[in-house]
Design a protein around this ligand. Structure first.
Ligand SMILES: O=C(O)C(=O)C[C@]1(C(=O)O)C=C[C@@H](O)C=C1
Length: 91
């Protein structure tokens, strides 16, 4: 029983590490888009695009998908700041 729980926890830890890595990767791609748009004089955020993303998370994960998507977007908007060292590793 304990062995099964320990094994499953190791699997969860591995999955969480992958999710964190993917979120960092997403944030770096998002920062690239935002930099490109703002350096051309555009806005940092595009609400229509964010609405598409919210809808996709909700479709895939149900109502919990919405706050999750909002936090993913928040993370990715913040990744543009040079003070954010946790996400600033190169791709
Ligand atoms: O798709 C874009 O245009 C982005 O800038 C990326 C992104 C995102 O992280 O998904 C970030 C900010 C925008 O408000 C919309 C979406």
């Amino acid at each position: 029983m304990d062995n099964t729980i320990e094994g499953d926890r190791r699997e969860i830890d591995t999955l969480d590490a992958r999710i964190i890595e993917l979120l960092g990767q997403r944030a770096r791609v998002s920062a690239r888009i935002q930099r490109s748009r703002t350096s051309a004089g555009g806005p940092r955020t595009v609400l229509a695009r964010e609405a598409e993303i919210l809808a996709r998370y909700q479709q895939g994960l149900g109502t919990t998908g919405t706050p999750l998507a909002l936090n993913v977007l928040k993370l990715c908007r913040g990744a543009n700041s040079s003070a954010d060292s946790a996400l600033s590793t190169t791709e």
